[in-house]
Design a protein around this ligand. Structure first.
Ligand code: FES
Length: 312
């Protein structure tokens, strides 16, 4: 669902990281959200970018996101840094939550760099619940790490801040994850090398919850001969060739499906499947959701059967 919001303020949080606070232009309450949720900002340069909400879910008057200026920005973070000033109006989609904080006996939060943004409200929530949790927050240098002091205020000794330039490089994740208490859920958000290191160090993959900024490289699809897509409601039938996404094939046939990242990481293009066997290639659905085959992400996922029937 789209909302128009106004930039209320911008604040420097750390080197290269700006926080943007949005409010409803008429001062109304904004839709509720829970830790882990993100907004998709419709930037005025024609692109859409997802950013995790990093403020307080109890504050219904404002939404806040923190954006790090990427050295090789594809037009998202540089646009936010250069063009979003107090008073700017823009459209946002969401909030949407692909990274919800599930109940567990113990939680371990691992954040890398700007991956701290969903973790700040998660840490506050876990501290409020009074559960057993701890957090490892890694970054290249302390001056580039947003929310470090705030997280120490929230969690005290439960929060360990690891700045690579104060040590001999990144933390030893093998050691960090070696003796996890049974019943621990590990939440990780950060750059791909950090996520890969956590994935390989964690003995039980089902204990890991991950949110990615970008889709990792993956092998080509196995359904490379193409398949037919049938839209149940409209009756549109379209052939999806090996080099085109379901999303693009449908758009060419006049069926527009809301989308944002086009990399299978945001969940905006999730669509109900009524028939056929999806080949899931996204990074949003859980193993259980994939197995059920109820929905799929049309921007990246394919089909193993000759025909795919969608609720469109
Ligand atoms: S557009 Fe983001 S998952 Fe498809």
């Amino acid at each position: 669902m789209s909302h128009e919001v106004r930039v209320h303020s911008t604040t420097w949080l750390a080197s290269g990281v700006v926080q943007v606070e949005f409010r409803d232009p008429a001062g109304a309450d904004l839709p509720a959200w829970e830790p882990g949720a993100h907004l998709a900002l419709q930037l005025g340069n024609g692109t859409t970018r997802e950013y995790s909400l990093c403020g307080d879910p109890a504050d219904r008057r404002s939404w806040a996101v923190a954006v790090m200026r990427e050295p090789n920005s594809r037009g998202g973070s540089s646009w936010v840094h250069e063009r979003l000033t107090a008073g700017t109006l823009l459209k946002v989609d969401g909030p949407r939550n692909n990274f919800p904080l599930e109940p567990a006996e113990h939680h371990l939060l691992i954040a890398g760099g700007i991956g701290v943004t969903p973790m700040r409200p998660m840490a506050a929530e876990l501290a409020d619940r009074g559960g057993d949790w701890r957090m490892l927050y890694c970054g290249r240098s302390r001056q580039s790490m947003a929310f470090a002091a705030q997280l120490r205020d929230i969690g005290g000794d439960r929060v360990r801040v690891h700045a690579d330039d104060e040590h001999d490089g990144p933390p030893d994740l093998q050691a960090e994850l070696a003796d996890l208490a049974p019943g621990t859920l590990v939440y990780c958000c950060g750059p791909e090398p950090l996520i890969n290191a956590v994935e390989s160090a964690l003995p039980d993959p089902s204990a890991l919850r991950v949110e990615r900024f970008r889709a990792p490289d993956q092998p080509p699809s196995t359904s490379d001969d193409g398949f037919d897509v049938v839209c149940e409601d409209s009756g549109v039938r379209v052939f999806v060739g090996p080099d085109v996404s379901v999303l693009d094939a449908l758009a060419d046939a006049g069926v527009d499906v809301p989308n944002s990242c086009q990399e299978g990481v945001c969940g905006t293009c999730e669509t109900k499947v009524l028939g056929g066997e999806p080949e899931h290639r996204d990074h949003v659905l859980s193993p259980g959701e994939r197995e059920s085959g109820d929905t799929m992400m049309l921007c990246v996922s394919r089909c193993r059967s000759a025909e795919l029937v969608l609720n469109l």
